[in-house]
Design a protein around this ligand. Structure first.
Ligand code: KG4
Ligand code: ZN
Length: 360
């Protein structure tokens, strides 16, 4: 049988990272040939959060240079590409449009197939960039916009088992950092400060642990952090204690819910079981360690992408595109960018329904 080799350019512009990467998929085995990323942390620093208009402009300014660099790093030419994959949502719509339009332009000029990738599918498959993770697996997706347990039954086959009913867990890290006067992005800043703190110093709630399901909530935790920050002078020691206590509360909630999710996942399935954690918050060491321990206890293998593929990147988008291309799931050039796009389209929205569709 002829070996099938696919070389795909991936483009990611859904938030504040502009990224381009080239991935090669040969007989199901993935090699990342190049992986370029330009962060916009400085552009947004003065505003205490990502400003959509500034993000979209920065993507426009950088994307073509990053794509050229990614092709050059990979040692491939336009003619070597089998297709172009771009994030088509969910995300900040201006930025998504920049990346998707660029991909469409390349496809039109070069006669290449377009693959419009769901950013969350990119995260879902990110562990496959560096290791063998076969379907089905249980995914905990923890990012700036999401916190969900998903049964990944196959490519494009996602079943949501539980979700946050309010804030995403990354959002809670970012808001905690902002409340405490730490610089963005919040997750790494809180994790860093937490290293010097006492995780039992500040009593914080463990929301929804009393509920016997997989739903989660983080907005009450944020309020509790605000109260703790106002209750006593915010010395560096106090701040570190709040960070450590907050990180511990999040870790406890996700640890307990992950154990429950593994029990539910295993109940309906046979064969080897794997828990995958992905998304920006999966970079958190305390959380990773706890999830790994829970997985071992439950008889699951544990997989987390290397740190650089936890947060937003284009390699995961290129891989999702290559896997789709392999089975012929390409998209028309008329496809539109989508601000909201849940992975599991069958589950009822947990919150944020309405004209633009479900948030989660
Ligand atoms: O997946 P991602 O890069 O972008 C989205 O698709 O949302 O996730 C970004 C989120 C941010 O909220 C960021 O604060 C959080 O991931 N994050 C972390 C860490 N690194 C990034 N949260 C906790 N600990 C970290 N080390
Ligand atoms: Zn992301």
């Amino acid at each position: 049988m002829m070996q099938e080799i696919l070389t795909v350019l991936g483009i990611e512009t859904s938030c504040d990272e502009t990224a381009a990467a080239v991935v090669r998929l040969a007989d199901g085995h993935c090699t990342v040939l190049s992986d370029r990323i330009a962060s916009q942390t400085e552009e947004h620093a003065a505003y205490g959060g990502v400003v959509p208009e500034i993000a979209a402009r920065a993507h426009v300014e950088r994307l073509d240079g990053l794509i050229s660099a990614a092709l050059e790093d990979a040692g491939v030419d336009w003619d070597d590409l089998s297709g172009v994959a771009a994030t088509a949502g969910p995300g900040l719509i201006g930025g998504v449009m920049v990346g998707l339009s660029m991909a469409k332009g390349i496809c039109l000029a070069r006669g290449l197939p377009l693959i419009a990738v769901n950013h969350l599918e990119g995260h879902a498959l990110s562990a496959r960039l560096s290791g063998e993770v076969s379907f089905p697996f249980l995914l905990l997706l923890v990012s700036g916009g999401h916190c969900q347990f998903i049964a990944v039954n196959g490519l494009g086959e996602y079943e949501r088992l539980g979700t946050t009913i309010d804030d995403a867990v990354g959002e809670a890290f970012d808001k905690t950092a902002k409340l405490l006067g730490l610089p963005g992005p919040g997750g790494p800043a809180v994790e860093n400060d937490a290293r010097r703190g006492d995780a039992s110093a500040v009593a914080l709630p463990r929301p929804l642990l009393d509920r016997d399901d997989l739903d989660m909530s983080f907005s009450g935790l944020k309020t509790a952090v605000r109260r703790a920050a106002e209750a006593a002078p915010l010395t560096p020691e106090r701040r570190a204690d709040i960070c450590a206590s907050f990180q511990q509360a999040v870790t406890d909630v996700l640890g307990v819910k992950a154990a429950r999710a593994m029990a539910i996942f295993a109940r309906d399935r046979a064969g080897p079981m794997t828990l995958v954690v992905a998304g920006g918050v999966a970079a958190n060491q305390t959380l990773r360690a706890r999830l790994e321990a829970e997985a071992v206890r439950a008889g699951f293998s544990f997989m987390a992408p290397p740190m650089r593929w936890c947060t937003d990147n284009a390699a995961m988008i290129a891989l999702a595109g290559a896997e789709r291309l392999r089975i012929g799931r390409i998209d028309p050039l008329t496809i539109a960018a989508r601000p909201r796009w849940p992975l599991d389209m069958r589950s009822a929205p947990a919150f944020g329904g309405g004209r633009k569709g479900a948030k989660a």
